[in-house]
Each structure stands twice: as structure tokens, then as C-alpha cells.
Design a protein around this ligand. Structure first.
Ligand code: PMP
Length: 367
């Protein structure tokens, strides 16, 4: 088999060991005679897979007992609607007159999409934005114009397209839940779940196949859905049925479970974080060496997962990509909205892959 390194932003590279195990178990899971894909979600075999995945994830992220882990569908964009539908029914403390306001910090494409969708359900206040500066940083927290009694504050803690990552947990007033889109960096660094009301993530980067969407929600926030919230997306309903109110994405949960077990065997999230710091350091150092390449993000909030970069001479873009492909370095083309290049180096990207990219960057730059 050809050795390649896949830098796709998602769906993205998965650990080889996980894919090998899934292949070995494809036709007959643990002597059951069935593929996981063929199992009833209510049967004892799948229930055991689900329970193990849930408890391994709880352990990996040290999820406190008063938080529910929900395995859902709908993707990150689906959640942009599901969140307001689940949270806007809340009686706000302190009691605030007028319609509900959702606070947003606009740091890139994904928080931008989230706020646009939320505006269909409530008034949106952009508490801070780095749009005018081309989304190159997280606006300093002391300049955020938060709304007293906001329904919640929504942030995207890693902007996959813009390559901007939070290196702090935003402060919120008492009673204002903090909602975080962690789609593209969950499990890549240690987090304090207790600081958040809701954490959500599409699976297709650091967790498993597309189609599974993870929600971690504090229990008291299960009570605030609007009456029009669809039953299958009503978190309380989903939690009460242990993610089986309707048929969950069973195969995705199975693969996610294999990924969680794999991460535990590697030393958990703390160990992944150390590896990710090292991988990002290696790549940024090559990009920063001279002005042949550039990454425009403020050094304090450069993403460890998604690293957009530009060639000084953009007429060389196609040549760069063709040369990369010839070396098995795949999917380096930047998102169409921003152009340039992007290397996504999720947990499953080995350091050898980053080193191979660095070698190619140096070679192409004639260093
Ligand atoms: N949020 C972030 C941070 C993302 O990177 C993405 C997808 N790349 C989404 C949301 C949207 O996810 P989906 O396509 O699963 O709806």
C-alpha cells in the first residue's frame, strides 16, 4: 500500500490501528457473527460498545458526573440550530426584559456561520469580532461587549478554516452558559469541562467518521428547550434515552469508541497535547523560517490543529500541490473561501507526516 499523509481538514486521517481493528472485526464482531453495522442498537452487543465508548470519553475528558454525553447526528451546522432550540426556553437570570439575546465572539468562518443561524431564533450580539483584521486573532477578552442576562455565549474555540485557536477559557457572568464549538480540536488538548455549559463537536476530525455529532451538556441545561424543539434533537429526551431515542449512528459510535480506547492506550489527552505541541512547533518553525511562506495568525492564538499558510508567490500554488501529491502529502489545498494552503494535523497525524511536510516545504523553498 502506498504510504500517504492525509492533511485533510475533515473527514480526516484516523489512527491506522483503529482502521486495522475495524477491518479485522468488520464481518464478525467479537464472535457475534455480525458486523457492528448489522446490529440492533438495542441489542446487548451494541449496548456494550456504546457504554464503553461513553465511559472512555468521560474518562479522557474528565467529564464531571453532572454532565451528559450525547451521541447525536446533524453535524456542527445542525447544532447551530439545535442549540438555540434547546437553550432559548430558559428563564434568564438575572431576569432581563425584552427578547433573548445570544452573545457571539466572531473569530472566523465557523463562528460566523453559527451566529448567522442563531439569528433566525433570537437577537444576536456580536460581543467582539476580528473580521476587520482578517480573522487573525481572538479579540482580547477585556474588550468583549457581553450582554447582561444573555441566553448564552457562543464561541468556536478552534476555527478550522482560519487557523485560530483559543488559549484561554472565556469568562461568563453567573448564570450565562458558555457554549463552545470544539469540532476541530476536541481531544487534542486538556480542557476543564466544568467551565462550559455545552461543548459540541462533529466527529469527522479527531473522533471518527462523519455523521456522529458529540454534545456534552450540563444537566441543568436540559430543562430549557423551546416547545418547538424537535423531539429527536431535544437534549433532555436524548439524554433520558441514553442517545437512543432514535437510532443513533451506530457504526460511527463504534469507531469513535475504538479511537477513545486508542487514545487511552497512548496516555490520554495530556499525552496527545504534548505530541500536538511538538508537531505544531515543527511546522510553524518551517513556515516562519523566512518569507517564502506565511501564516498570518497572531502567534498567541495559532491553531495546533489547522495551519493555513500562503506561498509568497501564489503563482506557484499548483506546482506546490502537485509536488506534494507526488510525495504522498495529500489534501493541502486551503479552503476555497481563503485560498492558499492548509495543513490539518489532528491527533492521528503522526509526527513523521509533519516531518515529511516540513522536508518538502524546505525543499520547495530551495533551502
Ligand atoms: N464547526 C467547525 C469548527 C467545523 O470545522 C465544521 C466543519 N468543518 C463545522 C462546524 C461544520 O460541521 P458539519 O459539516 O459537520 O456540519
Amino acid at each position: 500500500m502506498t504510504q500517504v499523509f492525509n492533511f485533510s481538514a475533515g473527514p480526516a486521517v484516523l489512527p491506522k490501528e483503529v482502521l486495522q481493528q475495524a477491518a479485522a472485526e468488520m464481518l464478525d464482531w467479537h464472535g457475534s457473527g455480525m458486523s457492528v453495522m448489522e446490529m440492533s442498537h438495542r441489542g446487548p452487543e451494541f449496548i456494550s460498545i456504546y457504554k464503553q465508548a461513553e465511559s472512555d470519553l468521560r474518562e479522557l475528558l474528565a467529564v464531571p458526573a453532572n454532565y451528559k454525553i450525547l451521541f447525536m447526528q446533524g453535524g456542527g451546522l445542525g447544532m447551530n440550530a439545535v442549540i438555540p432550540l434547546n437553550l432559548l426556553g430558559r428563564v434568564r437570570e438575572p431576569a432581563t426584559p425584552g427578547p433573548a439575546v445570544i452573545d457571539f465572539v466572531h473569530t472566523g468562518s465557523w463562528s460566523g456561520k453559527s451566529l448567522k443561524e442563531a439569528a433566525r431564533y433570537a437577537n444576536v450580539n456580536v460581543a467582539a469580532s476580528s473580521q476587520a483584521e482578517g480573522f487573525t486573532h481572538v479579540p482580547p477578552e477585556d474588550a468583549w461587549k457581553l450582554t447582561e442576562g444573555a441566553a448564552y455565549l457562543h464561541v468556536c474555540t478552534n476555527e478550522t478554516i482560519d487557523g485560530v485557536e483559543y488559549n484561554f477559557v472565556p469568562r461568563v457572568s453567573d448564570g450565562v452558559p458558555l457554549v463552545a464549538d470544539m469540532s476541530s480540536h476536541i481531544l487534542s488538548r486538556q480542557i476543564d469541562v466544568s467551565k462550559y455549559g455545552v461543548i459540541f463537536a462533529g466527529a469527522q476530525k479527531n473522533i471518527g467518521p462523519a455523521g456522529l455529532t458529540l454534545v456534552i451538556v450540563r444537566e441543568d441545561l436540559l430543562e430549557h428547550a423551546l416547545p418547538i424543539c424537535p423531539s429527536a434533537f431535544h437534549w433532555k429526551n436524548v439524554a433520558e434515552h441514553e442517545s437512543m431515542f432514535n437510532t443513533p449512528p451506530t457504526y460511527g459510535i463504534y469507531i469513535a469508541g475504538l479511537v477513545f480506547a486508542h487514545l487511552k492506550a497512548l496516555g490520554g489527552v495530556a499525552a496527545m497535547e504534548q505530541r500536538n505541541i511538538e508537531k505544531a512547533r515543527l511546522l510553524y518553525a518551517a513556515l516562519d523560517q523566512d518569507d517564502f511562506y506565511s501564516n498570518r495568525v497572531d502567534v498567541s492564538c495559532r491553531s495546533r490543529m489547522n495551519i493555513p499558510f500562503y506561498l509568497r508567490d501564489e503563482s506557484l500554488n499548483e506546482k506546490f500541490l502537485a509536488g506534494a501529491k507526488a510525495r504522498g502529502l495529500l489534501q493541502l489545498k486551503g479552503h476555497k473561501s481563503v485560498g492558499g494552503m492548509r495543513a490539518s494535523i489532528y491527533n492521528a497525524m503522526p509526527i513523521e507526516g509533519v516531518q515529511a511536510l516540513v522536508d518538502y516545504l524546505n525543499e520547495f523553498a530551495g533551502r
